[in-house]
Design a protein around this ligand. Structure first.
Ligand code: CAA
Length: 292
């Protein structure tokens, strides 16, 4: 039943998960002129997404970076739903950005395989689970891939498109084209590897930064300053970990380590301790830095 969905035939995009990533991916789709649906099981999650996106659009308009008509059109193109069956029924392209748990994702992809139109491509925004893990459950493995966006998704240009062994060329091509249509610069990853490209590069920098701080060689402030002023990074590794969320950083390390067994990938005990204290970074007001 594999079909060739080309970019011209995409009009409705469904994003599953109203969290940090899902909500901004859905807004990027609405801004690009697509009918965009955010589906989440939580009414509160959907309401929080709506509040953030409406606030974001208002502040862009106030800054003169977005005209009011475009903002209004995009916000009108965006709908919110708790009903996966209804949301999937007319979706041409689905991007899953739900909780990073294989059991949850497998269940979602199994349902999508039944609920979405036969031509729909099913992508996951997962950074830790290759789409091969959920592809079989859909009954349309050739139409499944990873499409990994970066936080904040309305700003960051990169999208990692990752194919698994049976992802079709047509699926890859359409996912790359869609990323471009959303104003992104996609890169193609030809086979699954834990961390893909960006998180492997980021992980290497974080490991070194943590080593330097743990050994008392320099303060986290000075390590961050060096990354910015010597290397031109937009923010230092500690500030970045706080922005991504220390729970997310810890989870990525756990998932990567479970897959590779490489001691270099093991979670950092200092980060695990901060997570245990509820210091998850910016979102909780404290992490490596305090944000009060
Ligand atoms: N949501 C939406 N837009 C945001 C935003 C957010 N959370 N944070 C900042 N922005 C926008 C601002 O509105 C601003 O837009 P304009 O310039 O058009 O007005 C722009 O981004 C720049 O923001 P600021 O001037 O406030 O601050 P900045 O210049 O320091 O940029 C930043 C902020 C874009 C976050 C920048 O510091 C940056 O690029 N940091 C690195 C981010 C990064 O590495 N992300 C990848 C994380 S890893 C990941 O996501 C993968 C994973 O699997 C965990």
């Amino acid at each position: 039943m594999s079909t060739t969905l080309s970019i011209e035939n995409i009009s409705t995009i469904l994003v599953i998960g109203a969290g940090t990533m899902g909500r901004q991916i859905a807004m990027a789709a609405a801004l690009a002129g697509y009918t965009s649906i955010i589906q989440d099981i939580s009414e509160e999650g959907l309401a929080a997404a709506r509040t953030e996106l409406e606030g974001w659009a208002a502040s862009r308009v106030a800054k003169g970076k977005l005209d009011q008509a475009t903002a209004t059109t995009a916000l009108e193109a965006l709908t919110y739903s708790t009903d996966l069956e209804a949301a999937a029924a007319n979706a041409d392209f689905i991007i899953e950005a739900a909780t990073e748990r294989l059991d949850i994702k497998t269940q979602i992809f199994e349902r999508l395989g039944k609920l979405a139109p036969a031509h729909a491509i099913l992508a996951t925004n997962s950074s830790t689970l290759g789409s091969s893990k959920v592809a079989a459950a859909t009954g349309r493995a050739s139409q499944v891939c990873n499409m990994h966006f970066f936080n904040p998704a309305l700003v960051m240009k990169c999208v990692e498109v990752v194919r698994h062994e049976t992802t079709s060329d047509a699926t890859v091509e359409t996912a790359m084209e869609l990323a471009r249509a959303l104003g992104k610069e996609p890169v193609l990853i030809n086979r699954e590897i834990p961390g893909f490209i960006a998180n492997r590069l980021m992980g290497a920098i974080q490991r070194e930064a943590l080593f330097l701080a743990d050994a008392g060689i320099a303060s986290i402030e000075d390590i961050d300053t060096t990354a910015r002023t010597a290397l031109g990074h937009p923010m230092g590794p500690f500030a970045l970990m706080d922005m991504v969320g220390l729970d997310v950083i810890d989870f990525i390390a756990q998932a990567t380590h479970a897959e590779t067994g490489d001691p270099a990938d093991a979670p950092n005990p200092g980060i695990a301790a901060l997570v245990a204290e509820g210091k998850l970074g910016r979102k909780t007001g404290a992490g490596f830095y305090n944000y009060n």
